[in-house]
Design a protein around this ligand. Sequence first.
Ligand code: ADP
Ligand code: MG
Length: 257
Amino acid sequence: MNESLPQLRIRNLKKIYGENQVLRGLNLDIQAGEKIAIIGPSGSGKSTLLRILMTLEAPNGGEVFLEGESVWTMTDGANEQKASEAHLHRMRAKLGMVFQHFFLFPHLSVQQNLTLAPMLVNHVSPSEAQERAMELLAMVGMDEKADAYPAQLSGGQKQRVAIARAMAMQPEIMLFDEVTSALDPELVHEVLSVLRKLAAKSDMTMLLVTHEMNFAREIADRILFFDGGVILEEGPPSQIFTAPQEARTQEFLKTVL
Ligand code: ADP
Ligand code: MG
């Protein structure tokens, strides 16, 4: 294996909704284990990028490589790129995603939320799935709620369960899309502290879209500033937050810091 090969390589990525060009030729290399915070104004394409990486959506142009292998391949005459089933499988097996609005299965207990996919998709035995679920619930401080149902939990608790559920599939890359934005302010810190713990003790690659600038500064190796469907500026937190080069970055930071 080539050690300098990025885990994810994104080249000239484009996404158009109707007349609205949301991603305008985005380029990005991500090394395994990197913790990356994505910031930028609403509508700049942050969620779209994450959804394309998670294969929830197809790009209209460009390429995504996972460990050197192209995931999206152009189909002649199509206005969307198509990925082969094999590539989608590979991508989905390596990635996990957590959303702003949790999306827990309401009819399943907390523990069942964590065991369902490992048993169904990865054919993990029920006892092993339950054991792993309890370890993960302990890590997010939710082991005492293993038998509770989502409706009985606070927003912060639901989000901690959603994080544990994504981790139950043992992803190598985790995508977090504004996972604290729907929470009451007093519940934000409990979710951030779970993310801090994950960032500090795992070698997982983490991409986090966030409006929590202090948190981004603290945990990220690299900050990407999105504007108008491209990465307008990127660098270590020390540079982006204290000496941003682009006027748009300076303007944005003034409104959020
Ligand atoms: P961000 O996450 O940075 O706020 P998004 O990636 O969600 O931005 O959206 C970028 C732009 O794409 C927005 O203008 C949004 O309205 C548009 N958009 C996102 N998803 C869709 C969709 N499914 N259909 C049409 N337009 C969409
Ligand atoms: Mg978004």
